[in-house]
Design a protein around this ligand. Structure first.
Ligand code: KG4
Ligand code: ZN
Length: 357
């Protein structure tokens, strides 16, 4: 059977990435330009800087991927691009490049929802994974639960009402002066700290709700820090803003571990209860926060009790990447969800774009 190469483009936030994926599941080449170092000193992503940097990097990494893959444009079936949700300036960069390429090379364009892309990352690791499954998407911009019945069939079960889980990690790391992004630092620090040191609130919301809320937890951390004169004094003295600060006072590490424990408890409880509610025995956890080691071990414990098997992509495919977009593109193309010729011209990215209604 003829193999199908899809070129994927991702630029919804602070990563710019291009990839070629064969038959939806095999990465032929991928480049990811991370902007972590650029946004580090601001403690979060600055949208205008992210868009400008993507503009600078996207063409060189496209060239690099074409070179690495050894594939000619004639052997690219179509171009898949993230059209939302995300930062509008960053999205415009990828969408404009995809439109121009499709126009010049006479290729179909496949518009992709970024959240669907995150879920598709699992097929790059487990190509034979069968439906249905529950998907927990936990990243810097999203925290949502879906029941997934097929490659284009998603049922939205719930999502965050305020901050995303990764956003909470980043904001708490900023409060604790641990640098950006917060998730990896807190994950690292928590390994040698006490997760029961502070009892932070866990917002489970209404009974049977699959929604999330993390902003109260973030405020609780801030209030706790303010109430602890000793810890606060050390914070005011200014701790290092390196990605992995070398010397973090133990009480700060304990706060970080206790915060992480609260986030993890909520994510595990909701994901496992979604599996029970839908009577599904497979759980897929994707997005940047899916790399969290405490989340992985507690999810495993929770899942075992229910005979649920948990699947994760490797860390590189948990965070934003274009391979997941190309994979989603392959399956959307099969389903006939693509644009051709003049249909492509009016396409515009959307900063808000729901998946599964
Ligand atoms: O998926 P992603 O690249 O971005 C969005 O689509 O939003 O995820 C980035 C997020 C950041 O908030 C980062 O702090 C978080 O994922 N993250 C982690 C870990 N690694 C990355 N959070 C917790 N533990 C980690 N090990
Ligand atoms: Zn993402």
């Amino acid at each position: 059977m003829r193999s199908v190469n899809i070129l994927g483009i991702e630029s919804s936030c602070d990563e710019t990435s291009v990839a070629i994926v064969r038959d939806g599941v095999q990465i032929v080449a991928q480049e990811i330009a991370s902007q972590i170092a650029l946004h580090h000193r601001f403690g979060g992503v600055v949208p205008e800087i992210a868009a400008r940097k993507s503009m600078e990097t996207i063409i060189p990494i496209l060239e690099q991927v074409m070179l690495e893959s050894g594939i000619d444009f004639d052997d690219i079936e179509a171009i898949a691009v993230t059209i939302g949700p995300g930062l509008i300036g960053s999205l415009l960069v990828g969408v404009s490049v995809a439109k121009a390429l499709c126009y010049v090379k006479h290729k179909p364009l496949i518009p992709i929802n970024h959240i669907e892309g995150h879920i598709k990352a699992i097929f790059l690791t487990y190509p034979h994974l069968e439906f249905p499954f529950i998907a927990l998407v936990v990243s810097g911009g999203h925290t949502s639960l879906f029941a997934v019945y097929g490659h284009t069939d998603y049922e939205f079960l719930g999502g965050t009402r305020d901050d995303a889980a990764g956003e909470a990690f980043d904001k708490v790391a900023k409060i604790l002066q641990l640098g950006y992004p917060g998730g990896p630092v807190i994950d690292h620090l928590a390994k040698a700290a006490n997760p029961a040191a502070v009892q932070f609130p866990r917002a489970y919301l209404e009974k049977d709700s699959f929604d999330f809320s993390f902003s109260g937890l973030k405020t609780a951390v801030l209030q706790y820090v303010r109430s602890q004169t000793k810890a606060l004094a050390r914070l005011d003295a200014g701790s290092s803003a390196e990605i992995f600060p070398k010397e973090v006072p133990p009480e700060i590490a304990d706060i970080a571990a206790s915060f992480q424990e609260a986030v993890v408890d909520i994510l595990v409880a909701k994901a496992i209860s979604a599996c029970r509610y839908k009577q599904m025995e497979q759980l897929v956890v994707v997005g940047g926060v899916a790399s969290n080691s405490r989340l992985r071990s507690k999810m495993e414990q929770g899942a075992q009790k229910l005979n649920v098997r948990v699947y994760y992509p490797p860390p590189l495919l948990c965070t934003d990447n274009a391979a997941m977009i190309a994979s989603a593109g392959y399956f959307r193309k099969l389903a006939g969800n693509f644009l051709e010729g003049k249909e492509i011209f009016p396409l515009n990215p959307m900063s808000n774009l729901p998946l599964g209604g």
